[in-house]
Design a protein around this ligand. Sequence first.
Ligand code: AQP
Length: 340
Amino acid sequence: MAPQFTPRVFSGIQPSGGLTLGNYLGALKRFVEMQDSGMETIYCLVDLHAITDKWQEPERLRQQTREAAAAFMAAGIDPVRSILFNQSQVSAHAELAWIFNCVARLGWMNRMTQFKDKAGKNAENASLGLYAYPSLMAADILSYHATHVPVGEDQKQHLELTRDIAAKFNHDYGIEFFPMTEPVIEGVATRVMSLRDGTKKMSKSDPSDQSRINLSDDADTIAQKIRKARTDAEPLPEAMEGLKDRPEARNLVTIYAALAGTTPEAVLAEFAGQGFGSFKPRLADLAAATVGPITAEMTRLMADPAEIDRILGRGADRADAIARPILQKTYDIVGMIRSR
Ligand code: AQP
């Protein structure tokens, strides 16, 4: 009989820059909801992933990791009810990733669209770490036998690969050891787009700061970015069908709906026939009302970086206590001698 896995939530965010409204609406908001629903939740600042794409200035990486931890807590993650830590403090992630590098097939990795997007035309110059990123992500999740992973739409393919790795491992060794993790891709804004180009994802590493709303932006900056956001000259339509070929307009309506806790259809019912001159200031107010309290709390938490480090250390101890036995058992299944 297949084993029953206890419901357990795991997810992470790269501290490769300040967190964006996309990270918040697509991931962090859901992290908080899952924690508040009473599930066992483990959240990670994936600093090993953060060095796969670009070289990170060491002091800046430390700062970004603390800032991301502060953003998690300011958004509602309670480091007592959830486990909150940075990935590199729990070595099981990197160790299990090696085993998974030997399970995953090159053909699977070659299909990963995020690698193609991030490596761009110069794939020969991309790091091996960027290529192996999805294998490390599978290790992040399966180190905890996590059953549910809340993510934005862009991570769907990586979650499918995680299931493929788990299934092949289980099949190769003839044991139902790793669970088939379920992606949780829910909410109105699972893919928030850039403010400068409605066909590109809002991303913390986009070279243009104008393309995103950062969780550290103040109300004036948010208003200015939304005022300058690319749109078109048409008024808002009555139904979503009318936004089919208007990616920038659709994006702003979706962001509004997610922030207001409603649907894009309800937003259009309110604003149909109006131009962006009246819509944008209302969106800016809504965004500032969500981001403002988070920014204020982040600033308060960042005043004591040593306390953030202590919280991450305690989280890492708790995470290690779950991951270490799973890793030991994995080594045992694979046939590695464990004699000390
Ligand atoms: N624009 C987005 N809309 C919805 N969800 C998003 N996420 C990221 N961008 C959006 C979700 O946030 C979580 C953490 O993502 P990540 O930091 O691990 O990596 P990413 O997906 O590559 O996000 P970024 O911001 O684009 O990072 P960089 O620029 O460093 O690569 C994930 O659940 C993701 O889906």
